[in-house]
Design a protein around this ligand. Structure first.
Ligand code: ATP
Length: 251
């Protein structure tokens, strides 16, 4: 893979059932530090694509290059491990352990690293990880909440803890699937602002899906729109018009 790509697909396709492609003919490139919004109607394959790009689901045709690893179908276990070490995930539902502290939840982001069983028990986590957790909390403006129980925080704050949990891994690529969908408009904007800032301040590449067109346009450099399993358009967010956005969702 060329050094200047974080992700690249070539002729990529994915079917869950033989002969019924959900995604096809995808040639996508994502470069370092780009903020990419992936949009499309319900069921058009956004989540499927996110999973395929990082090897969590096998592709059916074509190749994927992700974070230095190139594969067709599924990556090898070693490739998958190397990819995972460079990625942070954030989903619509934060998935925090409610009765644990914010700090413990962030430290859990280290699970998957060598020696990471210690991350499951906060008191055994190496001091360095606690420092990293506090740095991550500071990046999402929540260091003052470190010792509170996760379920004492608002929905927007909990989602920012989930971002910190992804950030502790110092990822090159942050993948967020509908990260603001369960939040009210103000908390949703806060979460998207945090993502956007992290991308510019820490040089993290951001790939997120959204059904909110304001979020898609305002917090990305580029929008990739999927329709009927193909790329409908792929261009700078500043040049995407309302009518182009509407077209993506027209049956
Ligand atoms: N595990 C699966 N097995 C079979 N079909 C699946 C599976 N997961 C998803 N699909 C189908 O693949 C298509 C794409 O689904 P996907 O969830 O990727 O779409 P999406 O664009 O993320 O949708 P949404 O916006 O509703 O989250 C849908 O038709 C869905 O029913």
């Amino acid at each position: 893979m060329e050094q200047d790509s974080i992700i690249r697909t070539s002729g990529f396709a994915k079917s869950y059932a033989p002969g019924v492609p959900v995604l096809r003919d995808l040639d996508i490139e994502i470069r370092p530090r780009e903020r990419i919004a992936l949009i499309g109607a319900n069921g058009t394959g956004k989540s499927t694509l996110l999973k395929c790009l990082i090897g969590l689901l096998p592709g059916s045709d074509g190749t994927v290059s992700a974070l230095g690893e190139t594969f067709s179908g599924s990556p090898s276990k070693a490739q998958l491990r190397r990819i995972r070490l460079q990625i942070g995930f954030v989903f619509q539902h934060h998935g925090l352990v409610r009765q644990l502290s914010v700090l413990s939840n962030v430290t859990h982001g280290m699970l998957g690293y060598p020696g990471s069983w210690r991350a499951a028990i906060q008191v055994m986590a190496p001091a360095e990880w606690r420092i990293r957790a506090m740095e991550a909390l500071s990046a999402v403006n929540l260091e003052a909440k470190a010792l509170e129980r996760a379920d004492a925080l608002s929905g927007g704050q909990q989602q920012r803890v989930a971002i910190a949990r992804a950030l502790i891994r110092r990822p090159r690529l942050m993948i967020a699937d509908e990260p603001a969908a369960s939040l009210d408009p103000s908390a949703g904007r806060d979460v998207m602002t945090v993502f956007s800032r992290l991308a510019s301040e820490q040089g993290i590449t951001l790939l997120y899906t959204s059904h909110d067109m304001e979020h898609a346009v305002s917090y990305s450099d580029r929008i990739i729109a999927l329709k009927d399993g193909r790329v409908h358009f792929d261009q700078a967010s500043s040049s995407v018009s309302q009518s182009m956005l509407s077209e993506v969702f027209d049956g």
